[in-house]
Design a protein around this ligand. Structure first.
Ligand code: VGL
Ligand code: ZN
Length: 211
């Protein structure tokens, strides 16, 4: 069992309709983690959520690049962008949190990817690796030093958020069974290798919950 303190926070990534089966960019079994996620939110004193929140015509949408298809890689000024189906468009039902998510105890919702010309997988830094969401400052002011991450998708937004969090000086831990992956090419293997390299532990929720 891991003992939790008031300086720990649960950071739940992108638990939105479009990332669940039936959504625009479904993560396989994305909704299967909801019962576990809801239990985890009750274990932590501080719960923070992220919400992927794109304007229409967002740079990450294949539809914004005529002749290109979802899941292709496309060069943009800040690097190589994976193109996606239109998803999590601001104000649409797909961008809403899954109805089975119990967000009652959430203290903060960080929206990301709202600039048309920059994608943001990470809860901390947009994909230019420079533009800040403000989350690091918020966590420091509130003395939330240790972060437990879960949500969607393991190999994109959970991965980027965990690595940036670690780089920014937070103790960062991923609750593996409370995530699901998109699994594009070798994205899961790459994620596991990066978590090892950055010394980001992967734990199971049984380390946090009494069954
Ligand atoms: C995500 C792809 C595009 C994620 C967000 O939440 O992992 N993946 N936008
Ligand atoms: Zn997105």
């Amino acid at each position: 069992m891991i003992a939790l303190t008031p300086n720990d926070a649960l950071l739940l990534i992108d638990m939105q309709n479009d990332f669940c089966p039936g959504g625009a960019l479904p993560v396989p079994e994305g909704d299967a983690i909801l019962p576990l996620v809801n239990r985890l939110t009750r274990r932590f004193e501080h719960v923070l959520l992220t919400q992927d929140w794109h304007p229409a015509g967002h740079i990450s949408f294949a539809s914004a690049h005529p002749g290109h298809n979802p899941y292709e890689t496309f060069p943009v000024p800040y690097g190589q962008q994976t193109l996606w189906p239109d998803h999590c468009v601001q104000g649409t039902p797909g961008a809403a949190f899954h109805p089975a998510l119990d967000a009652t105890r959430a203290e903060l919702i960080v929206r990301k990817g709202f600039r048309r010309e920059i994608d943001s997988y990470s809860a901390f830094l947009e994909d230019d690796h420079f533009t800040s969401t403000g989350l690091a400052g918020y966590l420091r002011e509130r003395e939330l030093h240790r972060l437990f991450l879960c949500g969607l998708a393991y190999d994109f937004c959970v991965r980027a958020s965990a690595i940036d969090g670690k780089n920014l000086g937070f103790e960062t831990i991923v609750i593996e069974d409370a995530t699901r992956a998109i699994d594009l090419d070798d994205s899961v293997d790459q994620t596991n290798a990066l978590f090892s390299e950055y010394q980001i532990p992967r734990i199971q929720s049984s380390s946090l919950l009494f069954f």
